[in-house]
Design a protein around this ligand. Structure first.
Ligand SMILES: [Zn+2]
Length: 456
């Protein structure tokens, strides 16, 4: 059994606020065993090389999409949109083997750690080979995700995705969607089969419904009644204006409205994007207790729109951040873009601060920490006794960080520096990033490069 370790933190962000000269004890199982403020400092203690903050949970990832990040920025002949991007994504999917998926996911997860995340929620819908051809095992690609998370050393909440239709009302899936498709019984069998794998891997198992387009209400109800994961339930909703129009044409109701009317949305749920909502939908989603999963860099990249975050926060809504298609992979870029979208819309500054004089960075960070933890199905989040030791050490040698104290540290990191401020990252008690490099960086990069060359 691994032995426990201690870490002296000169500045650390605890649930009750910033504290000085704290000694953390981390158990051999990777949990925080003790938090000792104002400790007697012995010279033998290992000292963190800068301020320590909790690593966030990234609440929305489609890992394989990292392989195409940056390559869809070419103007087409028509109005480029989410839907033309989706066609490019379908072409990629048809060419990736399980080995490729694992190499890309391992690379992505190592990048997320370097970006300040300690945990990822994988919304996993790439279940089969091109044209829908089945692998020998139905769990093949899920197992590759579990392996990737273990190889990178990131915590994982695995959400196999139910996806059955091309559009509202149960329409037949298109050719490009065949690798995603299950019927209800096959999907429930997949969840059952993955239980022991997730237990062995230390991952949390939940489930996702791709969207109201991809599942009928009856299918959703059957799955919800039969599933036994006990884990989180995620769904994409109201990402695109066309989705809103199609939903109204089909049901007479808007997507968020339909979801809240027809499904038992509560604190087990996470609504991904929820970009296009009326004031009433915004209030209802906020009051449901569900988390909203915001992916500001992807939402900007795909031209989705701007989430009504100020109204949602005003109603007490819970949110976290994800990197979705992975055009960005850092905590700083997502939180900054979330705030800047609100500023650009309102032509005002400091939109998401918790009150007068409050730090925007701190408000965003606290919200994303709690929302990400809830969406991941964690019992608690933040640096607490009994929680997983998921820590980010910001670079105290960087003058911006070294000269800052308290919430200024978050302001410098999130709004002025970005990932360069992240020095060391611990996940489940293991140092997986040291001085900005992942512990297996070279091997991970080599495998990833091979995949990109093959797909090129
Ligand atoms: Zn997504």
């Amino acid at each position: 059994m691994a032995t426990s370790q201690t870490l002296l933190c000169r500045q650390i962000l605890l649930p009750e606020g910033w504290a000085s000269d704290v000694v953390l004890t981390i158990s051999g199982e990777g949990l925080i065993a003790a938090i000792e403020p104002n400790a007697v400092i012995e010279s033998s203690l290992v000292e963190a090389a800068g301020p320590v903050v909790p690593a966030l949970a990234n609440l929305h990832s489609h890992a394989f999409q990292r392989a195409m990040a940056g390559l869809a920025e070419l103007a087409g002949t028509t109005d480029d949109s989410f839907w033309t991007w989706r066609d490019a994504m379908y072409r990629l999917v048809g060419r990736m083997s399980p080995d490729d998926i694992e190499a890309v996911a391992t690379k992505l997860y190592s990048e997320l750690l370097k970006g300040g995340f300690g945990h990822v929620i994988e919304f996993h819908y790439l279940h089969h080979a091109a044209g829908g051809r089945r692998y020998a095992s139905g769990e093949e690609t899920s197992r590759r995700i579990l392996h990737a998370a273990q190889a990178a050393g990131i915590g994982l909440t695995h959400l196999p995705v139910f996806y059955a239709h091309a559009g509202f009302g149960g329409t037949e899936p298109g050719e490009g969607q065949r690798p995603f498709i299950h019927d209800v019984d096959q999907f429930l069998a997949l969840l059952q089969a993955l239980k022991p794998d997730c237990e062995v891997a230390g991952a949390t198992l939940g489930l996702a419904i791709h969207s109201l387009r991809a599942a009928t209400p009856d299918e959703m109800r059957t799955i919800l009644a039969a599933e036994e994961t006990g884990g989180p339930i995620h769904i994409h909703v109201a990402e695109q204006q066309r989705e809103v129009e199609d939903c109204i044409a089909w049901s007479g109701r808007r997507p968020a409205e339909f979801l809240l009317d027809e499904m038992p949305v509560d604190d087990r749920w996470c609504a991904i994007h929820a970009t296009h909502m009326t004031a009433d939908e915004t209030r209802r989603l906020a009051r449901s207790g569900a988390v909203t999963g915001l992916c500001p860099a992807t939402e900007a990249n795909l031209g989705d729109g701007i989430f009504p975050a100020t109204d949602f926060a005003g109603f007490g809504g819970r949110f976290g951040i994800g990197t979705d298609s992975h055009v960005a992979t850092t905590v700083a870029e997502e939180l900054r873009l979330l705030e800047y979208g609100q500023r650009l819309r309102d032509r005002r500054r400091n939109r998401l601060a918790s009150g007068p004089g409050a730090s925007v960075g701190r408000t965003l960070f606290d919200a994303a920490l709690a929302g990400g933890g809830q969406a991941a199905g964690m019992r608690s989040s933040g640096i607490r006794v009994g929680a997983r030791a998921d820590l980010v050490v910001l670079n105290g040698n960087n003058p911006f960080i070294g000269a800052a104290s308290g919430d200024q540290i978050l302001g410098r990191w999130l709004f002025a520096l970005g990932a360069e401020a992240v020095r060391d990252v611990m996940a489940a008690g293991q140092w997986v990033v040291r001085e900005g490099r992942h512990r297996n960086e070279e091997a991970i990069d080599n495998a990833f490069r091979e995949v990109l060359l093959k797909l090129a």
